[in-house]
Design a protein around this ligand. Structure first.
Ligand SMILES: Cc1ncc(COP(=O)(O)O)c(C=O)c1O
Length: 386
């Protein structure tokens, strides 16, 4: 198999797995226990917290451990909203469902939610942000890089606008962390969501960075872990693995980025050169290195995924997390795509374990599969496929 669905999830790194094993076997103490088993688990969590903080240039005290990106996003939105009843939240129309769904819920409960529009490259409208942000705004939440089309938002400019209005700025950086340099201090970010399984760590663990001084109402109440901000006995082995994954991401960041960027450029160029009637979606320059997203006119994306799977390639039409709902991509809709353009879309996301040979083979298979599907396409005449 050639795995090109690294935005959905990544292969766990061998070193990450190794770091977790002791905490799944002999080191099973509850981190809240006073005895030595407990102390060993507690120490392991604090080491991981430092590793996570270091990747984004935060303080360890600013890291709240969660069950992943979804919980981090929910905690940020609901936590700030609960502290500021009847306030306004500004987000964008191309966020992941882990932002859009809690926003829907908040608007049912008396909060005003503003969705910033985007242009046809997936860039948010900053003028719209400037004209809507006000004293009423309790949080601006704009994703760092889009999970479907890979467009990277102008994070520094957004944070500057928020700072001018003394409004906290949250970013869902689940797709960006470990793939793009992210420095929360330099970028002026107040809250940021991370997910371990997108950066070669285990699933079901993540973090919310909350800048010292930002206050929010805790979302999960109970035994008071994470300084009362997120209760529940910590998932020690997963947290240890997540920490190690962050450490590896930090140590190898530039090397990984340049490896993935080379493969990304090669894949994009070869497909655009060798396959007719294809467009690259998302921003050509401000783009997450792993992301490649095309529209092949006259092709049904789901048929394409199934065919590619038969040939040993794992790909996606968009967000794996919302694929069960079978709805047309809200991201491509917001970017103004027609139904046909949305239907013919394919996302390939590259990871550190991919190589040039796999990319070349993918292009060969794509050429073959696209021409097979176009030969039986109902749009055959319309686009005069040969
Ligand atoms: C942008 C974005 N945010 C949030 C999530 C949810 O993260 P998790 O799977 O850790 O809950 C995803 C998952 O695909 C994502 O791509």
């Amino acid at each position: 198999m050639i795995y090109l669905d690294n935005a959905a999830s990544t292969q766990i790194h061998e070193d990450v797995l190794e770091s977790m094993i002791p905490y799944l076997k002999e080191q099973y103490g509850n981190p809240s226990s006073i005895h030595r088993y407990g102390r060993i688990s507690h120490k392991a969590i604090e080491k991981a917290r430092k590793q996570i903080a270091s990747l984004i240039n935060a303080e360890p005290s600013e890291i709240i451990l969660t069950s992943g990106g979804t919980e981090s996003n929910n905690t940020a939105l609901r936590g700030i909203a609960m502290k500021n009843p009847s306030s306004q939240i500004i987000t964008s129309s191309i966020e992941h469902d882990a932002i859009l769904e809690p926003c829907k819920e908040l608007s049912k409960n008396g909060f005003e939610v503003i969705y910033l529009p985007v242009d046809n490259l997936g860039m948010v409208d900053l003028e719209y942000l400037k004209s809507t942000i006000s004293k009423k705004t309790s949080l601006v939440s704009i994703m760092f890089g889009n999970n479907e089309v890979g467009t990277i938002q102008p994070i520094s400019e957004i944070s500057k606008i928020c700072r001018e209005h003394q409004t906290p700025f949250h970013t869902d950086a689940v797709q960006a962390i470990g793939k793009n340099p992210v420095d929360v201090r330099e970028l002026g970010i107040d809250m940021l969501s991370i997910s371990s399984h997108k950066l070669y760590g285990p699933k079901g663990v993540g973090a919310l960075y909350v800048k010292n001084g930002i206050e929010f109402s805790p979302f999960i109440l109970g035994g008071g872990q994470e300084h009362g901000l997120r209760s529940g006995t910590e998932n020690v082995a997963n947290i240890v693995g997540f920490g190690r994954a962050c450490e590896l991401a930090k140590n190898n960041l530039q090397e990984n980025i340049s490896h993935i960027k080379n493969l990304q450029e090669s894949l994009i160029q070869q497909v655009l050169d060798e396959i007719p009637k294809v467009t690259l979606n998302g921003h050509p320059k401000f783009r997450l290195p792993p992301n490649v997203h095309f529209t092949f006119l006259g092709v049904n994306g789901e048929d394409l995924i199934i065919k590619l799977d038969e040939y040993g390639i794992a790909a996606s039409t968009g967000s794996a997390c919302s694929v069960n709902t079978q709805k047309a991509s809200h991201v491509l809709q917001a970017m103004g795509f027609s139904h046909e353009q949305i239907t013919g879309s394919l996302r390939l996301t590259i990871g550190i374990f991919n190589n040039q040979k796999e990319i070349d083979r993918t292009v060969d298979i794509l050429k073959k599969v696209i021409s097979e599907l176009r030969a039986v396409s109902p749009f055959k005449e319309k686009y005069s496929f040969v």
